[in-house]
Design a protein around this ligand. Structure first.
Ligand SMILES: Nc1ncnc2c1ncn2[C@@H]1O[C@H](COP(=O)(O)OP(=O)(O)O)[C@@H](O)[C@H]1O
Ligand SMILES: [Mg+2]
Length: 380
């Protein structure tokens, strides 16, 4: 793309979930047509995409034929057919993040080998092929057993603290990673465009649900030292440069009890840990993603105000048509913004939306976040 901005560019997004939905909200400001491919006829992007195609993201022919009509293709989920994207790229389509990067990230085993090769700090690991294999590594416990492929939102992660826990291990190719006694989990979102310009968002702090492994709260800025923040941002830039990636990359990291920064995993797309940027930062992660893949100058990432983000998850024990309780009370709090993802049906722990809370005062911000968490519920 030259320095002449072409608003007729046909942008395709693989996946039509909430990330795609918020990306479309930014794409409207660039007057771009957005083509969405998603297997679900009720996907959150269905009614707001310029063109919606229903089809499986992992099927070669579906992705290839869909992509033929487009100029620029990006993703909002990693589990897509990489071979079709490689073919499209060969034919001159822009595919960002590049198919090779998606392929690397699709397998946590390959991801870990990438960190090892480039001396990026991460917890030590061994590859395991099945449950039997896990038994051979008793000296490696306590550890975390992770599926190589297709685990997400904690569904491919199992803590193996003692020999007895091996019964819970996955019987599929994966890895065993040393258990990290972390003090905090943090995330850095970094962007890079074709001109090789990079830019990081300020470090955010994540608090996870103790059982379901989903992000429960997020606080920005993270309460860590300046050295730790600088280290985390440098690591994020190092990774996106070593990947030679164009687009947006979320880097999940641990701050250990000893104060070290270790990389946990990466996602080459917009991320749950960047939702607060819509209200709280000069440029949102969604706009930044578009700027990166369109090779436009990256936007300023500074936070305008401290923020918190609470995921709005379907209440346990409720399945069916979603209803929201506590909306009035929550929206009466100053600095609260709601994002509903357009999902008609709720089920336990389904991501139905999120709430962003902003406040100049960090203590008051946390109080508000707790209040929101307690008050707003998704039932059926
Ligand atoms: N090595 C580890 N030590 C301790 N906890 C871990 C480790 N790896 C992952 N976890 C915990 O499990 C969560 C999910 O793991 P992650 O690899 O990020 O999988 P997912 O793809 O499901 O997000 C992490 O956010 C963290 O809370
Ligand atoms: Mg994760």
């Amino acid at each position: 793309m030259s320095n002449r901005f072409n608003q007729n560019i046909q942008l395709g997004v693989l996946g039509g979930g909430q990330l795609g939905r918020m990306l479309i909200q930014s794409a409207i400001n660039f007057n771009l047509d957005v083509h969405i491919l998603d297997p679900d006829d009720n996907a959150p992007c269905k009614t707001i995409a310029t063109h919606f195609t229903k089809g499986p993201l992992t099927d070669y022919d579906t992705v290839y034929h869909w992509g033929k009509k487009l100029d620029l293709i990006t993703i909002e989920i990693e589990n897509v057919n990489v071979e079709a994207l490689k073919a499209l790229q060969k034919e001159g389509k822009k595919v960002y993040p590049q198919p090779e990067v998606i392929e690397l990230i699709q397998d946590k085993r390959v991801q870990k080998q990438f960190y090892e090769k480039h001396k990026i700090p991460t917890s030590p690991f061994v590859l395991v092929e099945n449950k039997e294999d896990v038994k051979k590594h008793l000296n490696f416990l306590p550890a975390v057993n992770k599926l190589g492929r297709e685990g997400y939102d904690g569904r491919g992660v199992q803590k193996i603290k003692t020999e007895q826990d091996i019964a819970l291990a996955f019987d599929k190719p994966g890895l065993l990673e040393k258990f990290v006694d972390f003090e905090k989990e943090i995330s850095v979102i970094v962007a890079r465009n074709e001109n090789k310009e990079t830019s990081t968002f300020p470090v955010v702090e994540l608090v996870f649900h103790p059982v379901h492994n989903l992000v429960e709260y997020l606080f920005a800025p993270a309460e860590i030292s300046q050295e730790q923040a600088a280290k985390a941002e440098a690591i994020a830039i190092q990774i996106i440069e070593k990947l030679d990636m164009v687009g947006l990359l979320a880097v999940e990291m641990f701050i250990t009890r000893d104060g070290d920064v270790l990389v946990n995993e990466i996602a080459p797309r917009t991320h749950n840990s960047g939702h607060q940027t819509i209200e709280a930062n000069i440029t949102s992660q969604f706009e930044q993603h578009l700027r990166a893949v369109l090779n436009l100058p990256l936007g300023a990432t500074d936070a305008k105000i401290p923020s918190a983000m609470v995921n709005l998850l379907g209440e346990d024990n409720y399945s069916g048509e979603a209803k929201y309780t506590g909306m009035d009370a929550v929206l009466a709090i100053p600095g609260v913004a709601i994002h509903l993802y357009g999902k008609k049906l709720t089920k336990p722990f389904r991501k139905m939306g999120h709430i962003t809370i902003v406040d100049q005062d960090v203590e008051r911000l946390k109080e508000k976040a707790n209040k929101v968490k307690e008050t707003l519920k998704v039932i059926a």
